[in-house]
Design a protein. Sequence first.
Length: 138
Amino acid sequence: MNDDKRDQLNKEYQEKGIAYKRFQDDAQRDVQEAQQKELAELEKRVLPVINQVGKEKGYTLIFNKFAPGMLVYADESVDITDEVLRRFNTQVTVPPPAPNPPRRRQSPERPNRVRKNRRRLRHPPGDRGNPAIREAFP
């Protein structure tokens, strides 16, 4: 087999490998999206049942058995948000606003003028010795 034919086959092999990898990644992403969609639908249907059972049985907290630490039900009696906010607001002081700096008075005969920067940067800083940069920035 000559070199040109081997190079051509090698190139085709690499292209097919890349195409296969893309196909595999796309398929995996599609499966994950479908799985997440189905689980979200199931969760919408099962959460009302969990809430009902929790209230009926007098549970305070219910965690997801398959996702450790994931809370799926909490009785309102354990919600301490309002108490935490009330205490936080009484303990934390807001710093006073910073005083405004004094303004310079402008004389009526000399209004505020915007100065224009007349200096033009001819070369990027630090690249003055590079001949390629010198050609790009004459």
